[in-house]
Ligand binder design. Structure first.
Ligand code: ZN
Length: 157
């Protein structure tokens, strides 16, 4: 059975940067519903028509991955906007409200007067290399297709 629209496929992956450094490795196969934007487009497109046992290396450009780095999403916030007793350190993440809805931002730097936050996805702007291997393909259930995502056994929403 080949991966197509409405398939539930599972695969192992080894994600690397263009220099071959490991970013992430799946501990167990990732399962997703094909054709419903549940994974990044560059990867989803490359998985079409593969079947169990197929392995390949897929290079995903930022545009087809987590997006380009947007300078607009990096901002300097006055320290006075934070509660005085808040301990803000680089690497912290929190959710903020923007005109376009909630956004998760990461603190990149803290100065005496400002906190510099970045709302880009941590992998934005990066070209990603996925070594993947297909471990399973099945037809999605009616309910999964209706919901646009997979169900692991029980289901309560
Ligand atoms: Zn559901």
């Amino acid at each position: 059975m080949k991966i197509a629209l409405g398939s539930v496929a599972s695969f192992n992956y080894h994600l690397k940067d263009v220099d071959g450094n490991t970013i992430e490795k799946s501990e167990q196969p990732l399962e997703y519903l094909h054709g419903y934007n549940n994974i990044i487009p560059g990867l989803e497109n490359a998985l079409l028509n593969l079947q169990v046992g197929d392995a390949k290396s897929v290079t995903v450009q930022p545009e087809d991955g987590y997006g380009l780095l947007e300078e607009d999403l990096i901002s300097n916030v006055p320290k006075s906007n934070f509660p005085p007793d808040a301990e803000i350190v680089a690497g912290m993440q929190f959710q903020t409200m923007t005109e376009e809805g909630p956004l998760v931002v990461t603190v990149v730097e803290v100065t005496d007067t400002e906190v510099i936050v970045d709302g880009n996805h941590p992998m934005a702007g990066q070209t990603l290399v996925f070594d993947i291997e297909i471990t399973g393909v099945r037809q999605a259930t009616e309910q999964e297709l209706e919901h646009g995502h997979i169900h692991h056994g029980g289901h309560d929403h």
